[in-house]
Design a protein around this ligand. Structure first.
Ligand code: SF4
Ligand code: SF4
Length: 165
């Protein structure tokens, strides 16, 4: 039987995501105050929002160790709104050039799953998002990496929304 998955040294979700609950509030790009170099410092008693978060790498054993977010530079999160998938790209252009990423992306787009590319903004700001099903509709899959790298570059001019205090 396969070993149960462990986050190891990864703390990406505890830093990259915005958390806006009564119990815990933290801005995107800012490490949670409970975050330690070896993971969550309050893991056994962590908050409901933390327990309910579904990390794509953690939950999908078919994604290898190279997909762990601190290694791949991509955090995969499901979207309740439209049953889609969001790829938050933290690793820049190298992350979207990984063949394993492009394979998964191509499979999802062929299956007509809503797929979003999210680009982090400055600390304390929400990411920019683009629906890739539309953005890549006329793009040859062989050119996805170039199109995504271009989208990442153009996102630097985006007006990122700050998270309210
Ligand atoms: S991003 Fe995934 S692997 Fe990394 S700490 Fe969060 S749940 Fe664990
Ligand atoms: S409480 Fe723990 S699991 Fe939740 S965001 Fe903070 S460090 Fe991460």
């Amino acid at each position: 039987m396969a070993e149960p998955r462990s986050c190891g040294e990864c703390t990406v979700c505890c830093t990259a995501l915005a958390i806006e609950t009564a119990e815990l509030r933290k801005a995107p790009g800012v490490a949670c105050l409970h975050c330690t170099p070896t993971g969550c410092g309050v893991y056994q008693t962590r908050f409901a929002i933390c327990r309910s978060y579904f990390c794509g790498w953690f939950g999908l054993p078919e994604l290898g160790e190279d997909w762990r977010p601190d290694r791949s530079g991509i955090l995969i999160s499901p979207r309740d709104e439209d049953e889609g998938i969001e790829f938050l790209v933290l690793g820049g252009e190298a992350a979207v050039h990984r063949p394993a990423f492009l394979d998964v992306l191509t499979t999802l787009l062929r299956a007509r799953t809503p797929v979003y590319l999210a680009v982090p903004g400055p600390k304390g700001h929400y990411p920019a998002r683009v629906l890739l099903n539309d953005a890549l509709a006329r793009t040859d899959p062989a050119r996805y990496a170039d199109a995504l790298a271009s989208a990442l570059r153009s996102a630097t001019g985006h007006r990122f929304e700050p998270m309210p205090p």
